[in-house]
Unconditional design. Structure first.
Length: 152
C-alpha cells in the first residue's frame, strides 16, 4: 500500500474532492449554477448583511483575491449587490438580492442532503465524533492556513 494512503492530508483531500463533486452534481442536476465557495459566501452575506469583502473572506476562510472573483460572479448572477459604505467610501458592503435570497433558500436543503451523502459511510454516533474531531483538528491548525478562519 502506498504511504500516502495513510496520510491525513491525502484523506482530507479525497474527502474534499468528493464533497465538491457531490455539491456540483446535486446542485447542477437541479439547475443551479453555484460553487461551494459561492454558496458559503451567500450564507455569510445572508447572516451578516452589509459585511465587506475582507470580512467575508475571513468569515469563510478564503483569501481576498479569491473572494473578489467570487463576489464579482455573484454580482454578475444578480445574487449579490454592492453598496458604497456610508462610513468608508473605499469599502463596498455586500447584500443579498431578492434573487440571491431565493436561490439560497432553494439550495440549502440540497446542500444538507449532500452533507448526509458525504458521511453515508458513518453511523450517527460516528458522524458526531467525526465532526467533533474534524473541527478540533481544523481549529488546531487554523493559524497555519493561507486563509485562516476569523469570525468577528
Amino acid at each position: 500500500m502506498l504511504e500516502i494512503f495513510e496520510m491525513p492530508s491525502h484523506l482530507v483531500r479525497r474527502l474534499n474532492q468528493a464533497s465538491v463533486s457531490m455539491f456540483m452534481e446535486e446542485t447542477g442536476k437541479r439547475g443551479y449554477d453555484l460553487t461551494p465557495v459561492q454558496y458559503g459566501a451567500l450564507i455569510a452575506i445572508s447572516d451578516r448583511p452589509g459585511l465587506d469583502q475582507a470580512t467575508l473572506a475571513n468569515h469563510i476562510a478564503y483569501d481576498r483575491v479569491t473572494i473578489g472573483g467570487v463576489v464579482d460572479r455573484l454580482v454578475q448572477k444578480k445574487f449579490v449587490r454592492r453598496e458604497i459604505s456610508a462610513t468608508d467610501r473605499r469599502a463596498r458592503e455586500l447584500y443579498l438580492t431578492e434573487t440571491g435570497s431565493k436561490i439560497l433558500e432553494e439550495v440549502r436543503p440540497i446542500v444538507r442532503d449532500t452533507q448526509e451523502l458525504l458521511l453515508q459511510g458513518l453511523d450517527t454516533d460516528e458522524r458526531i465524533l467525526f465532526m467533533r474531531m474534524l473541527r478540533k483538528a481544523a481549529d488546531a491548525v487554523n493559524e497555519r492556513s493561507r486563509a485562516p478562519l476569523r469570525i468577528t
